[in-house]
Structure formats: structure tokens, C-alpha cells
Design a protein around this ligand. Sequence first.
Ligand code: SF4
Length: 334
Amino acid sequence: MGIRYNWQKDEILAIYNTPFLELVYQAATVHRQFHNPKQIQVCKLISIKTGGCPEDCGYCAQSSRYKTEVKPEALLEKDTVLNIAKKAKETGVSRVCMGAAWREVRDNSQFEQVLDMVKDVTSMGLEVCCTLGMLTANQAQNLEDAGLYAYNHNLDTSEEYYSTVITTRTYGDRLNTIENVRTTNVTVCSGGILGLGESIEDRVGMLYTLSNLQPHPESVPINILSQVEGTPLANQPAVPIWEVVRMIATARIIMPTSDVRLSAGRAKLSQVEQALCFMAGANSIFSSDDNKMLTVTTPCPDYDADRQMLNLLGLEMRPPFEKQGKTPAGQVTE
Ligand code: SF4
């Protein structure tokens, strides 16, 4: 099967609803055609600016609108970020994702500091991803010039359900930022969250939008909601593992070349459940040294536990810059 950018919602729904084992088999088959099934990309997320965000994303502990455990912090010092990145690299991590709880990037000294961090972490031989909120084409260019490998900007859910979860920006704003990133060679990381109270049609709707982007996002994170006390979505029921696997498998089949990332919520899954996700085509994870992913409320398995799991499953960590022929300087070589 080739790569398609014209998937229809009914086709995606039919894939999602395929009998479970058949679906996993089909996804595993596609996975083997387009990827080395032994390799898993391991990423480290660093929250470079935590809390105090003016946006109202109903799932987020960092929104200033909700009373959560997260307290606003200043932008991290570059040396702190470099130390975390160095430690991550020593454990085999290939990508460092730097997240700031901003609505949008402003052309100020803080952005200059982030550009500096991107430059220095890239020169350590690591792929760098940023998630900084909305971005102009010019700012995307500045990030590319600093060596940025990827920009994360999630769609979260379907266009129809989006305003139930977030009111301070629109789906169109999200797509606009993705388009701005696409004016550069920086790769796109965009996915969503399961467990927001969305219907299966909403999940399909999100995959429809992602799979109709040309090219597809190089990275598609599938997150499972971490219910954070104090947020509007604190009481959402847990997502059954079967639905997580269905979502991963469907994303794998319709966006065969993308990395599908098992992201937030992985700490809640057993190793057997994670193995099922890898079988269904997930080939990227976040790992950490402090059991924290983004904030105090989003747990993440630690490096040792993950190394042990990958060994157990006969999987290996993918080295940096192995995909898309990108070099540390951020130039596409093929
Ligand atoms: S998800 Fe991002 S944009 Fe939304 S409130 Fe949290 S930090 Fe802000």
C-alpha cells in the first residue's frame, strides 16, 4: 500500500472498527514495510517554562485558569537544560523535546534564549523538538536556523469537538501554525489525546485531518489523558487499552511513514499493554530520569525501567538523525 493523503472518514472508521487481532496484524504488517520494527525512538521531555499558561485547555495542569498543584516557574537556565540533555543522551535518548507553557511565541529575549538552547542541544548531537504554542512563519524560520529538528503542535481532538475542550483558540489557529512550520524544513509532530470525553467519530475526525495533511506529520503522538485534579476533565473515565491500541493501529495504517508515539499516559500501562502498542505500530516513547514527563502531574516511566522493557522485548533505541536524512545542521540530505 502506498501513502495516501485523501483518506475519508468512513474508511478510517472502518479501519478503527476492524476486528481487534486483524487490526493489529494489519498495522504490524504496515509497520514492517515502512520501519525497522526493532527500533524505538526514545525522547526526553523538558519543561523549560512550567505553568502560568493563559490558555484554557481543559486537560492541562499548567493553565492558570485552574487550581492545580502546578506553580508557575520562570524559564529554565540554559545550563540546566544542557545538563538534563547531556544525562538523557548518555542513556541513549535521541530526541529532546523542550516545552514552554506559552500561548504563542513572542519575539523577545525569552525566545532568543530558547533559540540559544536549541542551538546548543542540537550541537550535542541530539534531535531537538520544541512545543512553544502558536508560531509565525518567521519564528519557524528562526527555529530552523538554530537547528530545530521538529515542532510539536497537537490537534488534540476533532475539529467538531475542539471547542468543548479549548475555547481560547481555534482548530484553524492550530492548522495555521502547522502550515507555518511547513514553510521550513523543520519536521512536524502533531497528534492528540484520548479520554477527553470524545466519541469514536471525534477520534476518526482527528486522524482524518492529520492524514489529509500533505505531507503527513513526521511524528504523531497518541496521548492518554492524565486526569488532573482541578481541571474540568479531572473526572473523565480511564480509556480502555483496547481503544488505545485501536487508535495507534489506525494511525499506523493511514500514516505509514510517521513515527507513532505512545506518549502521556504510558506510565499507566503494563509492559504487556505497551508491547501490544508496539506490535500495533507505536515506535516512539518518552522516557525520563525522574518519573515525570511534563509536569508533576504527568508521570513517565524512568530510563532504567524502559531499558529493561526494551531488552525484554528485543527492541533497541533508534540513534538520532536516522530518519529523513536530516543532519544536525537541520539540512535535508535526500
Ligand atoms: S496544553 Fe499548552 S497551551 Fe494548553 S494550557 Fe497547557 S500549556 Fe497552555
